[in-house]
Design a protein around this ligand. Sequence first.
Ligand SMILES: O=C(CO)[C@H](O)[C@H](O)COP(=O)(O)O
Length: 233
Amino acid sequence: MGDKLVLDNAKKAAAYKAVDEYVKDGMNVGIGSGSTIKYAVDRIKELGLKVTCVPTSFQSTQLIIEAGLVLSDLSRTPKLHVTIDGADECDKDFNIIKGGGACQLQEKCVAYVSDTLLIVADYTKDSVQLGDTWKKGIPIEVIPMAYVPVMKKLESLSLKPVLRMAVNKAGPVVSDNGNFIIDAIFTPPLQNIPQLAIDIKMIPGVVETGLFINMAKKLYFGQKDGSVISKTL
Ligand SMILES: O=C(CO)[C@H](O)[C@H](O)COP(=O)(O)O
């Protein structure tokens, strides 16, 4: 089997297991973003579950609509039973980096109002410490007018900020919220991750960081052989 197929099977196994364990008829469900979450939506559809879905991006809105599921938003559905989302890297203490797809702002808003946040990912996202496998840094959403001073401040926090550039478009990536994304590259180990998350968030112009601390209840990692390792703290 090719590497991509192995990875896709691992993602699917993780997403299916999370849905099977947690999602029930009548629930309000947050739908994360990325390539893994597609399988969670597939499973919800396959099981015919009667749930109300709140998306975390343009992409997940499309997934919900295409699957024929009930689409809502945080204004109409401000309290969720469970959110299922992907991740770029998870450490042994459940510190998580998200935002590889630039969706971390809406993802965090949706996760925050959820009773339970489940992370579904393939085995490459399961690390001892952040930065072991994810080399693209911490995604940080910033308002466009402030990106230069934010980058300078990030340098003073020993991070190496890079403005994320678009592919097939001249200029920077523009998030679903009209903002820029700075990827703050770091050399592991990160010291005091909860404090770092606060320090970054406190910089004027920063809207949200891709550091998800103390948020996930359970992590599901699909393995090469199609099994799933799940972890709770
Ligand atoms: O945080 C995210 C988007 O902002 C994604 O959940 C994260 O990048 C994982 O994506 P994938 O499931 O494609 O590996």
